[in-house]
Design a protein around this ligand. Structure first.
Ligand code: PLP
Length: 712
């Protein structure tokens, strides 16, 4: 037990063991203050930090800096947080207490020190967990522990992406071994026609929420299978189906082994849809009911969120792969091969059709949703064939628009400003519209200065990164030259994304002369910070990235256009906190939601985006900038040219003039007015608390009450 005599080192370790610290700047501040250099060196990982510093050193540093009371305070707050039962969930979700939500996701993005996410899907899952914790919703996360995490990216001299994979050191992660009811390390076993698969289980705490991971790197597995959970989305289809077997069936078996009976199965994207099958099998055997009845019951408490309108984003497996991996399973359920395949086929009669994970999920749920209003519409059209004869508008796929976990993305300085103006408890009330009315009262100068100081932080961060890159590439740049890169008085555009072609990260480069004019303008210039990774096997994406990198290497643009390597949680946090404008140029309607733009709003940034995803329902004409009017064209090339034209026009006629319209003290009042209007109209809506409440009220609670009326 940790009591009042517990040494500081142990208190800090207790803080480090719960990822609650990732959204509490006062805890982060403790580590930064103890040793800023070491903190950066260990990539903001508090356990690695504590493994490299002795308890004596900590006592000494803490005494010098008078940190004792701050450490004790943080420690007390964590304990209060974990124990608190007067939460929103405590008041509204009592019927989830016995049967919690099981939230399945192939990735979770919680912090840069736990690099088991690749992008938006994982970040969203991480944000979902953090808000579920804040709200006190009984929820358990299930995922995979990737031993090498996602790759880290660097660019070579030609601007071509290269990938490094580094083995994570488990001793440096906030993980504990999960044990079974007998107290032994839990091992999950899955039998297939080509042998069995084993996995061990880890857990982490995200505030009040328990998150469990399967890890196939165990004795008893073949060498090949030991690598199944080494990397995200690696390998061929056989590799993927085995990964997804682990996640879905393995994940459901963890719950069984621990005697946890979920009241809701929430599948974040189709990767984990096999969990449905394992639950159906359990119900059949437990209640002695036939498949069709178990299937119907299952559909009452499955919640399925689909995340992409891009066809390649939906996993499909051949009949052979399905038979090899699920043949034993299907026989146990008493289904023929064709009946089993039908669960994953749009047209059950079509024997050439592969088994699609999204189809399995959609066929086994009454509660499916896309992640923005426009994505809901697109998904209804996309999957209309699953409900033959029904008009598109009546396809049972709704939408719940994504939101971001605000305290994970908000700069501490902005938080302070809100605390003084909106009230100390604003984070627990952020979904209420009325608290945001008070942003009008914030002094323009104060808001602007806060924003400028955040921009300066971003600039220093970028320079530090560029210096490292420059040294690695053997460029002979002096510190003085590096220090001239980016100017805090220049309109700064941030543009970071996965480099998939539909995201069109290069749209702003499409008219080089016109862009050059904007960059080189002596009175009202712009500067751009790019970042982002391409999937390791996506050469087209890499070429897109290279085009941008090479542009940023151009000597004459060196000071104004930069590419920051290794886009991750950390780079994203700096970017969304420091830019003036967030640029988003996907090909409509392929951006399911997009969340990066939501992260800038409360940090005082403005969106400049195609009317797609969340922005399509958020933009009101005065809370940011739209590129175009939401048009689409069958010919991609035409749409590209049109959107490019709209982009330049908006920049030239709206964004730049408004930004440089200053008073005598250099304050852009009309720009600040827009920032405030964005906070007022977007703050309460596009956050993860609102999102998780929507999921709870519209899906979790109805699902839980539907299932509780059934026996078993
Ligand atoms: C927020 C975030 C994303 C999501 O990006 P979108 O393009 O807005 O969907 C991806 N990667 C990281 C690191 C993020 O922080």
């Amino acid at each position: 037990m940790i009591g009042s005599n517990t040494p500081l080192h142990e208190r800090l370790l207790a803080l480090a063991q719960n990822l609650w610290w990732t959204w509490h700047p006062e805890v982060l501040g403790l580590f930064t203050d103890l040793d800023p250099h070491l903190w950066r060196q260990v990539d903001h990982n508090p356990i690695a930090f504590l493994n490299q510093i002795t308890p004596e050193q900590i006592e000494e540093r803490a005494s010098e800096l008078v940190l004792h009371s701050r450490i004790n305070y943080a420690f007390r707050r964590l304990n209060e947080y974990v124990k608190k039962d007067k939460t929103w969930g405590g008041m509204h979700c009592s019927n989830l207490n016995k049967r919690p939500v099981a939230y399945f996701s192939a990735e979770f993005g919680l912090h840069e020190s736990l690099p088991i996410y690749s992008g938006g899907l994982g970040i969203l899952a991480g944000d979902h967990l953090k808000s579920a914790s804040d709200l006190g919703i009984p929820l358990i996360g299930i995922g995979l522990l990737y031993n090498q995490g996602y790759f880290s990216q660097h660019l070579n001299k030609d601007g071509w992406q290269e990938e490094d994979y580094i083995n994570l050191n488990i001793n440096n992660l906030p993980l504990q071994t999960v044990v079974d009811v007998g107290g032994h390390p839990l091992i999950i076993r899955i039998d297939t026609r080509s042998g069995f698969l084993l996995a061990r289980v880890w857990q982490a705490w995200v505030g009040r929420v328990r998150l469990m991971f399967l890890d196939s790197n165990v004795e008893g597995n073949s060498n090949e299978d030991r690598e199944l959970t080494a990397r995200l989305y690696g390998g061929d289809n056989k590799f993927r189906i085995r990964q997804e077997l682990l996640l879905g069936i393995g994940g459901a078996r963890i719950l069984q082994a621990l005697n946890i009976f979920p009241g809701v199965l929430h599948l974040n994207e189709g990767h984990s849809a096999f969990a449905i099958l394992e639950e159906i099998r359990r119900i059949m055997e437990y209640d002695q009911i036939p498949f069709h009845r178990a299937h119907r019951r299952m559909s009452l408490y499955t919640v399925f969120t689909t995340h992409t309108p891009v066809a390649a984003g939906h996993d499909r497996f051949s009949p052979d792969l399905i038979e090899e991996h699920l043949g034993i399973f299907r026989e146990r359920m008493g289904l023929s091969h064709d009946d089993f395949m039908a669960l994953g086929r749009v047209n059950p009669q079509d024997r050439s059709e592969p088994f699609c994970m999204t189809v399995l999920a959609l066929k086994t749920t009454q509660r499916a949703n896309g992640v923005s209003a426009i994505h809901g519409t697109v998904s209804r059209l996309m999957w209309n064939a699953l409900w033959p004869g029904r008009p598109e508008a009546e396809v049972p796929i709704g939408h719940i628009t994504n939101g971001v976990h605000v305290l994970s993305w908000l700069a501490p300085q902005m938080n302070q400003l809100f605390e003084t103006r909106l009230g100390q408890d604003w984070p627990t009330r952020m979904v209420h519209t009325d608290i945001w009315e008070k942003v009008e009262e914030i002094d323009d100068g104060e808001l602007w200065e806060t924003h400028q100081s955040l921009k300066m932080r971003l600039i220093r961060f970028v320079r530090r990164r560029l210096q490292l890159q420059s040294e690695r590439l053997g460029h002979r740049e002096t510190i003085k030259q590096i220090d001239q890169i980016l100017d805090p008085d220049v309109l700064t555009i941030g543009c970071a994304r996965r480099f998939a072609t539909y995201k069109r990260g290069d749209l702003i480069l499409s008219r080089p002369e016109r862009l050059a004019k904007l960059i080189e303008d002596t009175r009202r210039p712009i500067q751009i910070v790019f970042a982002g990774k391409a999937h390791p096997r996506d050469d087209e994406g890499k070429r897109l990235l290279q085009k941008i990198a090479q542009y940023s290497y151009t000597r004459s643009y060196r000071k104004r256009v930069v590419f920051v390597e290794n886009y991750d949680y950390n780079v994203a946090r700096h970017l969304v906190q420091g830019v003036d404008v967030w640029l988003n140029t996907p090909r409509r309607p392929l951006e399911a939601c997009g969340t990066s733009g939501q992260k800038v709003v409360l940090n005082g940034g403005l969106n400049l985006s195609v009317l797609d995803g969340w922005w399509n329902e958020a933009y009101d004409g005065r809370n940011g900038f739209a590129i175009g009017h939401g048009g689409m064209h069958n010919d991609q090339a035409v749409q590209y040219q049109r959107d490019a034209e709209y982009l330049y026009e908006t920049l030239e006629k709206e964004v730049i003039p408004l930004y440089y319209d200053r008073d005598a003290h250099g304050i852009p009042h009309n720009w600040v007015k827009m920032i405030k209007h964005a906070m007022l109209t977007l703050g309460w809506r596009f956050n993860a608390d609102r999102m998780v409440k929507d999921y709870t009220e519209r899906t979790y609670l109805p699902a839980a009450s539907a299932i509780s009326t059934h026996a078993g």
